[in-house]
Design a protein around this ligand. Structure first.
Ligand SMILES: Cc1cc2nc3c(=O)[nH]c(=O)nc-3n(C[C@H](O)[C@H](O)[C@H](O)COP(=O)(O)OP(=O)(O)OC[C@H]3O[C@@H](n4cnc5c(N)ncnc54)[C@H](O)[C@@H]3O)c2cc1C
Length: 491
């Protein structure tokens, strides 16, 4: 059977690996010149930057994905001992380590939390994570036989632990005494582009990855995730076509016939779209009635990123650093209600060269400086971004007690319009739909088409949602669905 995959993000590469394992003949089409979707690198001057994701959790998922096709594959990564350094406007700095006990100790010593209560919270999130993951992340919510299995009943047995009536913020507020601790835990909503004041408390399970396990960093940078998956797929016969945009999914009646691209027409039995689900319908399936209700849900946030090569090193900073807004709620209102860049933004600074020293010349650092941004609704981005740049420099300079601007040696900028243009992210949104309501998990598009036989979907804009691990899970769900739909395929 021949499969055409639209796009080459991690969801596509994981699909290519999974489907090759099933014995399918796979071709991947990527409109850009590089394979990897948003997980690509760029050299700017003497500095190397990962252009998209920087927070890497569940590294074993990548390792196991590679091993599933070739058991000899090893994926090397650093496990970070610090989860993040937090800087507050009043001058307080808190370094949060990784590991439940150590995190609880720091929350007690630095922020006055009850150590045992903090540990209990993190233990509860670990238990919630373990029961929720097999039900909401690893399977299709849209197939009866996936859902009605043992893990569902286990998850239901802890139903009252999930805070179903609460938002992330209200559960965090109830669990911690210091508003700064609440803000640290609230931030995890941004991991899928949502607001902690709207997202359901269930998403607090991200604490398991951020604090209990802690983030990792691939040896050689984030780009190794897609590079290794690409190399492995290539070695196993997957065909890659770059600079080739898919223009249409070809149908006969309600069945897949193939793909029309900027360079030709190809026959396929199956198609997996890794393109943003909104644009898959809008641009590639113009004659098909889209599932409007799912697609009209609020979009996840976008981002403005400054890639700065810094001509000195900063001992106060670690791999991941956050400079918080004083009024976090006002920042999320700006993001999702007024759709503006907030005047006192929370700034994330990622410096891979702290560990991957080859990423910057000796004594210098590669700063990935990111601010969450609203989706593109026609704001005056050119002016807004210049104003934001000034605000970021002023805020970081104040916090680091040094004017940082003279040290910016090279610069490049990414922003919502470019995210839309380069990666086809609808209005620059990074994760498709936001998780800004209690039903959001059920309001993501399924991993298969209910109308068109042979059409499947993988990536962060469909179920189970945002982030690298979820994109890999989406591919694994696609593989399972294809196996169920075509039982003759090998295991
Ligand atoms: C600035 C930024 C920071 C992020 N930080 C993190 C993070 O720290 N951790 C994390 O887990 N996630 C993060 N993300 C989200 C992350 O990018 C995703 O988790 C993941 O990389 C998305 O993978 P994907 O498979 O959905 O596809 P994408 O990476 O979005 O790739 C889709 C690909 O499809 C191609 N394509 C689209 N339409 C067509 C067409 N018609 N024909 C051919 N090709 C097409 C696009 O060019 C693109 O290459 C971040 C994203 C951004 C932008």
């Amino acid at each position: 059977m021949k499969v055409g995959i639209i796009g080459s993000g991690i969801g596509a590469l994981a699909s290519a690996i999974e489907l090759t394992r099933l014995g399918l003949d796979v071709t991947v089409f990527e409109s850009n010149d590089q394979i990897g979707g948003k997980i690509v690198e760029q050299r700017i001057g003497d500095f190397r930057f990962d252009m998209g994701p920087s927070v890497f959790t569940e590294p074993l998922l990548v390792q196991n994905l590679l091993k599933s096709l070739d058991p000899e594959q090893e994926f090397a990564f650093h496990l970070l001992t610090e989860s993040c350094r937090y800087f507050f406007n009043d001058g307080q700095k808190v370094l949060i380590p990784t590991g439940k006990e150590r995190v609880a100790q720091v929350l007690h010593a630095e922020l006055g939390e009850d150590e045992l209560a903090a540990q209990r919270f993190l233990t509860k999130m670990e238990a919630n994570y373990k029961t929720i993951y097999p039900v909401f992340i690893q399977i299709s919510l849209h197939r009866f036989k996936h859902l009605f299995a043992k893990p569902l009943f286990k998850a239901l047995s802890r139903l009252f632990q999930y805070g179903l009536h609460q938002t992330m913020h209200s559960q965090n507020q109830q669990s911690f005494v210091n508003p700064k601790t609440v803000q640290i835990f609230d931030r995890l909503a941004t991991y899928n582009g949502s607001s902690p004041y709207l997202a359901p408390a269930m998403l607090n399970i991200i604490s398991q990855l951020e604090f209990n396990d802690g983030p990792a960093l691939p040896v050689g940078g984030m780009v190794q995730i897609t590079r290794r998956a690409h190399q492995l797929a290539l070695a196993h016969g997957v065909k890659f076509k770059t600079n080739e945009r898919v223009l249409e999914i070809l149908l006969q009646k309600q069945s897949i016939q193939g793909l029309k691209t900027s360079k030709g027409t190809y026959a396929f039995d199956l198609v997996v779209s890794n393109m943003d689900i909104h644009y898959t319908y809008e641009r590639l399936l113009p004659t098909i009635k889209p599932p409007r209700f799912l697609l009209k849900q609020e979009k996840s946030s976008s981002a403005v990123v400054f890639y700065w090569g810094m001509a000195r090193s900063f001992d106060q900073l670690g791999v991941h650093n956050i400079f918080f807004a004083a009024d976090y709620q006002a920042e999320f209102k700006a993001l999702f209600e007024t759709k503006t860049l907030y005047s006192d933004p929370t700034i994330y600074v990622h410096i891979s060269s702290k560990i991957e020293t080859a990423d910057a010349p000796a004594g210098k650092e590669n700063w990935f400086v990111m601010v969450n941004a609203p989706i593109n609704v026609g704001q005056d981005w050119d002016n807004e971004i210049q104003l934001l740049r000034k605000r970021i420099i002023a805020k970081l300079s104040k916090s680091l007690a040094l004017d940082i601007e003279p040290f910016i040696e090279v610069e490049q900028i990414n922003e919502p319009r470019l995210i839309d243009e380069r990666y086809s992210g609808k209005q620059g949104s990074i994760y498709g739909n936001a998780s800004n309501n209690v039903f959001s998990a059920f309001l993501r598009h399924p991993n298969f088409s209910k109308k068109l036989k042979g059409l499947y979907f993988a990536g962060v804009t469909v179920h189970p949602g945002g982030g690298i691990p979820l994109a890999i899970n989406s591919a694994q769900i696609v593989a399972r669905c294809i196996q169920e739909d075509f039982p003759s395929l090998q295991k």
